[in-house]
Design a protein around this ligand. Structure first.
Ligand code: SAM
Length: 208
């Protein structure tokens, strides 16, 4: 996959931020690793329509479109990618969505800020999403503080990223990406109507 797909961000920082880097730190704007996106798109079939509610620089949207999905991308901040900015997903209502997304026949594919991830999943459920596929640090699932939340919403599947993911704030250009944040991550999948055990699997950077 092309690691230099988004070498630039052409947006100006939002009011209240001196620089785009400040905005990225506040927005927890960590880019999803390309290999992890390709790997989840290989193992999970999405609905034809996908909502990427916090699209950032577009990593998920571009990859899903390459797979032939129709993607509606939006973000609270303007990162120079989506035309739908200033949209707070946590207050979004069904009536705010295009008609195609009002019957619930869509997937929410996302990598939300860690600190708000539970709220993002709850909002996706409230909007009636048929499927929710969420990238997050594994620590999200481990936490005792969120135990009741997880008990009430068991995912259908959890795909552990076998190769730990290096992630960078997407304001850091590819040529400067050394080191990065190196941590266990996974994709968490909810499906409407799912009953039964939570299944675990592992995805890898290289298929074999
Ligand atoms: C971890 S980044 C993920 C970006 C991109 N989707 C990716 O996978 O590389 C989180 C994104 O959430 C956005 N965000 C934060 N709070 C938000 C909110 N309340 N509503 C919509 N987007 C939000 C940030 O601006 C940032 O782009």
């Amino acid at each position: 996959m092309d690691e230099t797909l988004f070498p630039h961000l052409c947006a100006a920082p939002a009011p209240g931020f001196a620089t785009l880097a400040d905005q990225a730190a506040a927005a927890e704007a960590w880019e999803t690793p390309r290999w992890a996106i390709a790997a989840i798109l290989d193992v999970e079939i999405m609905t034809a329509a996908i909502l990427d509610p916090c699209c950032g620089a577009g990593a998920l949207t571009v990859a899903a479109e390459d797979y032939g999905y129709e993607v509606l991308a939006m973000d609270l901040y303007d990162w120079g990618f989506s035309a739908r900015t200033g949209v707070d997903f946590l207050t979004l209502k069904t009536a705010d969505l295009p008609e195609r997304f009002q019957g619930g026949d869509f997937t929410v594919l996302m990598n939300p800020p860690f600190s708000r991830a539970c709220e993002f999943v709850d909002r996706a459920h409230a909007l009636g999403a048929r499927k929710i596929v969420c990238f997050q640090r594994l620590a999200w699932r481990e936490s005792g503080r969120r135990r009741a939340w997880w008990d009430a919403r068991p995912p259908a599947r959890v795909w552990l990223c076998g190769d730990r993911a290096h992630t960078w704030l997407f304001t850091i250009p590819p040529q400067d990406r050394k080191g990065g944040r190196f941590m266990p991550t996974a994709w968490f999948v909810w499906e409407r109507g799912h009953k039964g055990a939570e299944i675990g699997g592992t995805i890898w950077r290289n298929k074999s």
